[in-house]
Design a protein around this ligand. Sequence first.
Ligand SMILES: [Zn+2]
Length: 363
Amino acid sequence: MKPFNRKENGRRYIWLGTWAASLFVLAGIVWVGSAFASRNGVHPGTPGSPYANMPSIAPIGVRVDKYLDVPELAKGPAVDPAKGYRTQKLGEGLYMITDGAYQSMFMTYEDGVVVVDAPPSYASQIPKAIAEVTSKPITHLVYSHAHTDHIGGSRTLGGQPIIIAHAETNRLLARDRDPDRPLATVTFEDRYRLSVGSQVLELSYHGNAHLSGNIFIYAPKQRTLMVVDMVFPGWMPWRRFAVAQDIPAYFAQVKEINETNFDTLVGGHVARTGTHADVAMQLAFIEDVKTAAATALKTTAPGEGLTRADRSTNPWAVFDNYIDRVAVACVNQLTPKWSTKLAAYDVYIWDQCYSMEQSLRID
Ligand SMILES: [Zn+2]
């Protein structure tokens, strides 16, 4: 066994130390070099500095530590968490059910119950909610439109109700072949009057805006209008104007709802019903988005801040950079007036500005 040699060991440590230190220095040079290189656009695809006048509202894809507070006006009555839903009487035999995020209706008459929509988030509870007011069976089911988040719970209602929908809804359902969304048994094109006992629902079609086949459902006796995914009382519309398939038609249809005579609006989402004031506010908001995006499209110069190489060889990059700066200007224009008026302004304002500038350019 070799005797312990203090001197030799010490030298080994010095050598190891020097080696580690040079590695550390080398890593430092690489790090500083890469930071310098990316600042000068040498490393393609790495983030650059933010756009000029970047809004304080976090853009899409950026994590938010604390969202804007939900204004009182947007909050509805609380939903009992043990129950999972809240039932609200809207007039003679007409009720809204909500879980705080989705809304549907049911209407009782002499021989049974008509259900309008069956959101899968709470549809299995709908028979229980109905049983709290009547023991009559569900005889009819009306689909507002084909989207699964509003009618995908239909099977859980049980029984064999007559299902009524717009012809376009049935065309989409036939295409999708989803076992959770059975085909309607009765379809119509323009208007359909569902008259059961002493109760009436007037169904009408106003064209494709949110989705083809999305209808207005009006209960004349209760002066209640249900139109789903169009107006969100107290809240920002869901992203990209609630994923409207036709944005100009969406604007026209919100205007139409604003001009319709009703006392209560059931929008299919959020925790409370709506009023004419809610519709008017949403209309004012979307018109402001349109004006802000139109102004930004006119006043933003394309190509600013890009390298000469990107400007001359990458039209997609030129456009993306332009559109991003249009959205920045759009959000900045809207924030002072709207950020505290509508709930979740910060959540979806970028989406609204991006979809608006696109619609203005191509529709
Ligand atoms: Zn929808």
